[in-house]
Design a protein around this ligand. Structure first.
Ligand SMILES: [Zn+2]
Length: 629
């Protein structure tokens, strides 16, 4: 597999190659052209935005044999050696691993000596905030008065942790997080050059998942190419990341706008096949409604950084300001509720139903009921069972009269607190909210209870009781209809199974842990060993590279949820020997495929067709029936 290839191959070779950091580059180019160089530079910014890349480029600019220049030749031996990481006068130190005073002493002692090969001795110190206080002290003196031939290039994700004495001696550049638009644009360029076929929505999915880091975006793209068999289809990338693409978000929102309950539920049903991270979808919705409000309040203010400008503008016209506020507030509450709902999909569905049911308006009570009758009569969508729309619309009428909750909810707290906005929502503070009058918070209290009252009514309807005496909370009003006749819904993916019969077998039972999204994808590529409370997951290099602390947290939470709170988790890089859930599933899939193919080949009807019409079975077209295991 060619993991890392893209990130390494497309590492910028010149300032011009760098994407999205023009403000920093401009200043550096200017300094280089005018030979007005500072002796210490500090590059700050989140991971993967190009801090050390800029450092290495700068080292080349300073040491290129053609002279100090913003456009190093790339040909001379200095340029080449720096590129290959073997230039003696570029000393790279990862402070995260070398924190000892002695290391710093060694560095400061060596500073005195003139460069061996180049013009300047360049010290590139990454994660410089990790140095101990003692190390800082040892370093500070040198930083104060370095010899002429020395340049310090410091990089950190966390400048707040640097002593003021260090900050004040450096020229600081803050590298920006890459916008999804920048990343998607760059991926498009790279993939075209690489001649890898792609669907544009797949690029946006990757760009959003990369969370501002171009390096992560390229690594994810590598993985997606392997996952999708040398092409990038949006559905594959959705599956890999556990996210859904913009078109799916659009369909959900359109159903809300049109007040179309059946279509909303069937969209949720379809999306759930991807086992997405519902919290991420709600974050996407939050971001969307935020942008819609921005566009409503300040027309023309929305950019295309997320690739959805057209949609935002349309929605800004279609939705009332009240609707946008209510949807935003409901998504915000829903995100909090997700943490405590027994089943993530239920929580998600409830959130969207809330948006639909409590949308302010005159005749909003009517449509869901009416359309549900029409829908069941026409029976036009098979995977949309009759009772589906009921929880959305009906409970309102028989139990209470609608107005009180609607009136309460139609004026959500206008001052949406910026700190409550998830990090994926850009520019959170900027949204000007109309009429900042203090109104009661959007209380989750009355709504769920209210809808919950409908549950017994719903329960009493003729619904086949599932054989397993599952825990009550798995039968929410929104999901009951999903437990219907469709076999594929019974996949163990999101079925909370507190007690697995018998021993937990990692490869086989992994899905029951319910780890979704990227953490789930990565965990599914690990081998499992357990010694008492200590769980060790072994992961191959290509995947280990993509792992970050947030992923680990989610994996640990799921393991603790299953095995108990005393579980410790260690994730190591190493050989898995095919003992991973992903490999197991692939073997299962192959077995099912083979069984299906042989069943088709041996089917008497197929045989006779083949014989009579000289037909041929296109094996690629055979798909095993899902859930038939
Ligand atoms: Zn050169």
């Amino acid at each position: 597999m060619s993991y890392q290839v893209l990130a390494r191959k497309w590492r910028p070779r010149t300032f011009e190659d760098m994407v999205g950091q023009e403000h920093v580059l401009q200043a550096l180019i200017h300094a280089l052209e005018n030979q007005r160089l500072h002796h210490a530079y500090l590059f700050t910014g989140t991971r993967g935005v190009g801090k050390t890349t800029i450092g290495r480029l700068l080292a080349r600019c300073l040491n290129c044999e053609t002279g100090v220049t913003p456009t190093p030749c790339g040909e001379c031996s200095s340029c080449q050696e720096i590129q290959e990481g073997r230039f003696v006068d570029l000393i790279e130190i990862d402070a995260a691993s070398r924190t000892g005073v002695d290391d710093m002493r060694e560095l400061t002692d060596n500073v005195q000596y003139a460069p061996t090969r180049g013009r300047f001795k360049v010290y590139l110190i990454d994660e410089v905030h990790m140095l101990t206080n003692q190390s800082f002290n040892a370093f500070l003196k040198t930083l104060e008065e370095p010899p002429e031939h020395v340049k310090f290039l410091l990089a950190t994700t966390d400048p707040q942790k640097l002593p003021v004495t260090v900050l004040s001696r450096c020229l600081q550049f803050n590298l920006k997080r890459m916008t999804p638009e920048h990343i998607a644009g760059h991926l498009k360029y790279v993939l075209s050059e690489e001649q890898v076929p792609f669907e544009e929505p797949a690029l946006w999915l990757l760009a959003r998942a990369a969370d501002g880091s171009m390096r992560d975006a390229l690594s994810l793209t590598d993985q997606a190419i392997a996952f999708g068999n040398q092409k990038l289809a949006a559905s594959d990338v959705s599956n890999m990341l556990g996210t859904i693409d913009q078109r799916d978000i659009e369909k959900l929102v359109n159903a809300l706008v049109e007040n179309n309950g059946p279509s909303l539920l069937s969209e949720i049903q379809r999306i759930s096949d991807f086992a997405p991270d519902y919290s991420v979808i709600l974050a996407d919705l939050l971001s969307l409604f935020h942008r819609v409000t921005m566009e409503q309040v300040v027309p023309g203010s929305v950019d295309n950084a997320l690739g959805d400008a057209a949609q935002v503008q349309t929605l800004a016209r279609q939705l009332s300001a009240e609707d946008a506020q209510l949807f935003y507030q409901a998504a915000l509450m829903g995100r909090k509720d997700l943490a405590v709902t027994p089943d993530a999909r239920m929580g998600f569905e409830m959130t969207l139903l809330r948006m639909l049911a409590f949308r302010p308006g005159t005749d909003r009570r009517e449509p869901p009921t009416v359309s549900s009758a029409g829908q069941s009569g026409s029976a036009e969508s098979r995977d949309e069972p009759d009772p589906a729309p009921a929880p959305a619309g009906q409970p309102a009428d028989p139990v209470h009269s609608a107005p009180p909750p609607v009136a309460e909810l139609s004026q959500p707290e206008p001052e949406a607190k910026p700190e409550a906005i998830p990090e994926s929502a850009p520019v959170p503070a900027a949204a000007p909210m109309p009429e900042p009058e203090p109104e009661p918070e959007f209380e989750p209290g009355p709504v769920p209870e209210y809808l919950a009252e409908a549950d017994p009514v719903h329960e009493s309807e003729p619904r086949p009781q599932p054989p397993e005496s599952g825990p009550e909370p798995t039968d929410p009003p929104g999901t009951t209809e999903m437990a219907g006749p469709e076999p594929e819904v019974a996949e163990p993916v999101r079925e909370p199974e507190p007690e697995l019969s018998g021993e937990f077998v990692w490869e086989r039972d992994f899905r029951s842990l319910g780890i979704v999204g990227m953490p789930g994808n990565l965990a599914s590529h690990t081998a499992f060993t357990r010694d008492g409370d200590d769980i060790l997951l072994t992961m191959e290099e290509g995947h280990a590279r993509l792992l970050n602390a947030r992923h680990e947290e989610k994996i640990l939470a799921a393991l603790r949820n299953h095995f108990g709170d005393t579980i410790n988790l260690r994730i190591e890089q190493g050989e898995t020997g095919g003992k991973t859930p992903a490999a197991w599933e692939e073997r299962q899939r192959l077995a099912r495929q083979q069984a299906a193919e042989s069943a088709i080949r041996n089917d008497p009807l197929v045989k006779s067709i083949v014989e009579r019409f000289e037909g041929r079975v296109v094996e690629d077209s055979i798909r095993p029936v899902q859930g038939s295991r």
